[in-house]
Design a protein around this ligand. Structure first.
Ligand code: HEC
Ligand code: HEC
Ligand code: HEC
Ligand code: HEC
Ligand code: HEC
Ligand code: HEC
Ligand code: HEC
Length: 296
């Protein structure tokens, strides 16, 4: 009897243990304990969560950013239980000394993410963007926290996250956005159909490579598979559909450009003919006194 009554308790305990394990599986053991050490966030929020500091800004790579961190938003994010110091390594209760603030941005933006998301980091490292950052020390390519808002990490499959991917890429790829919005998917997306293909459905988020790279998801050889994720039965013919085509540029697609120019020319000719024809007609009307008030 007692044993039976204890069964549910045992089950609950087992479930809790299983969940606990799943939750920390992505993190390395050392940082996982750190991550669960949440109470220290209270200290950080004493200053950074106070409405008083909303107006206080610091220079982050040339952009003025508020030092205010919205506690409610942070705590409902996927990182809600993470200690601030798991990314802001070495930070103690402020005001901070030079030693703490030195290089904090570089560490927080990639280094810290790498600690807990090593698999994603490796993918990113080998990508076109990763190569720019690590190979050429370029500051122009995006790092982890450029695509994932530092203090508001959302599940990537959420509507909110998908809905902003176009602008996220467009910060640096305005031309590609323009041609995308001209395409079938782009128009559907613009009308609010979020399940249609967005940039990262075709390009990936971390393994982004140039289309000429045979490993790229948008390389000709891999398009059937990439498009096939959503268009079962996609074949060679189907994937000829052009996503980024600028009709005004002959180098984008000569065929489309030719049709575009022919179309523009046709419209110009039709309108010119129309105007000349109407002009002559009206002129003739004046000559024949067609528009006189009393012509009888
Ligand atoms: C006593 C108030 C106070 C506390 C507590 C505090 N901070 Fe700060 N923090 C500040 C102020 C003021 C600034 C902006 C000026 C500066 O750098 O000192 C700042 C700046 C920062 C910055 C930007 C660094 C820079 O200046 O470039 C980070 C990151 C930061 N704090 C993280 C933390 C973390 C993490 C905690 C908790 C361990 C924390 N702070 C606790 C007051 C505080
Ligand atoms: C997952 C890593 C991570 C965690 C956890 C984290 N931060 Fe940050 N934080 C960053 C990154 C990355 C930046 C730089 C973002 C940017 O470019 O503005 C940043 C920037 C800041 C800044 C400078 C102002 C700004 O927005 O750039 C402050 C202040 C700050 N964090 C405080 C905190 C506090 C307080 C906590 C805990 C409640 C916290 N951070 C938790 C990654 C993190
Ligand atoms: C160019 C934008 C971009 C950059 C840079 C980026 N991500 Fe992502 N991330 C995405 C997108 C989009 C998704 C959604 C899933 C997908 O398409 O891969 C995602 C998904 C994720 C996920 C959850 C799904 C998974 O694959 O595990 C994690 C964790 C993640 N990113 C961490 C990181 C880390 C860590 C970095 C830096 C090494 C990083 N991201 C850099 C755009 C980006
Ligand atoms: C201390 C460990 C730790 C650090 C540091 C950390 N993360 Fe996370 N991250 C986690 C945990 C734990 C989760 C939630 C559990 C999971 O991955 O399923 C998570 C979830 C995420 C998710 C959502 C994944 C999903 O499927 O919903 C993204 C995106 C993400 N992290 C990006 C980042 C980025 C970007 C950075 C650096 C700015 C970073 N993380 C730093 C531990 C960490
Ligand atoms: C912070 C700026 C930045 C962001 C954000 C960004 N990129 Fe890039 N990306 C670059 C730079 C810089 C290059 C290299 C120069 C170039 O080719 O435009 C590049 C190159 C590329 C390439 C290879 C281009 C080629 O010419 O072969 C692709 C594909 C690409 N990015 C896709 C994306 C997608 C998809 C997103 C959004 C998930 C994105 N990028 C977000 C800066 C960015
Ligand atoms: C339906 C799939 C699909 C979607 C959605 C998509 N792309 Fe592409 N993208 C491709 C393919 C295929 C190529 C290679 C052929 C080409 O250039 O047209 C490509 C090429 C590119 C290139 C490199 C070539 C160039 O134009 O310089 C960039 C950069 C790029 N895309 C960015 C983006 C961005 C940013 C978005 C979202 C606004 C996006 N793509 C949406 C399939 C897609
Ligand atoms: C994330 C899923 C997704 C991916 C990946 C994707 N598409 Fe689509 N595509 C859609 C959706 C959703 C529609 C709208 C279908 C409808 O109207 O019901 C669509 C519509 C289309 C249409 C319009 C005609 C039709 O069949 O409905 C074409 C053409 C098309 N896609 C081509 C492509 C090509 C080529 C690729 C790969 C380069 C691709 N798509 C990748 C989701 C996707």
């Amino acid at each position: 009897m007692t044993r039976l009554r204890l069964m549910p308790l045992l089950l609950v305990a087992l479930c809790a243990a299983a969940f606990g394990f799943a939750g920390t599986a992505a993190a390395t053991p050392a940082t996982a304990t750190n991550a669960l050490n949440a109470p220290t966030n209270d200290e950080c929020f004493k200053c950074h969560g106070s409405a008083d500091v909303k107006g206080e800004t610091i220079d982050v790579k040339g952009v003025q950013k508020t030092i205010y961190v919205d506690r409610a938003i942070y705590e409902q994010s996927r990182h809600g239980k993470l200690a601030c110091t798991s990314c802001h390594l070495g930070f103690t209760s402020g005001p901070h000394d030079a030693e703490q603030t030195q290089n904090w941005l570089a560490t927080a933006k990639i280094g810290a993410c790498r600690e807990c998301h090593a698999d994603v980091f490796e993918m990113y490292r080998g990508s076109f963007h990763g190569n720019l950052v690590f190979g050429e020390s370029s500051g122009e390519a995006p790092v982890c926290a450029d695509c994932h808002e530092a203090h508001n990490i959302m599940p990537p499959e959420s509507q909110e996250f998908r809905a902003q991917i176009d602008t996220l890429c467009a910060n640096c790829h305005a031309d590609a956005l323009e041609t995308y919005l001209d395409s079938y998917h782009g128009k559907a997306f613009y009308l609010g159909e979020i399940q249609t293909a967005v940039c990262t459905d075709c390009h990936g988020g971390h393994r982004i490579l140039a289309p000429s790279d045979p490993n790229s998801s948008v390389n000709e050889a891999n398009l059937i598979q990439t498009c096939g994720e959503c268009h079962p039965g996609a074949n060679d013919n189907f994937v000829q559909f052009m996503v980024h085509v600028n009709p005004k540029s002959p180098s984008s697609s000569f065929l489309v450009w030719t049709f575009y120019m022919a179309y523009v020319l046709l419209i110009a000719v039709v309108f010119t003919f129309g105007f000349v024809h109407s002009g002559l007609y009206i002129y003739r009307g004046f000559k024949d006194g067609l528009y006189k008030r009393n012509h009888h």
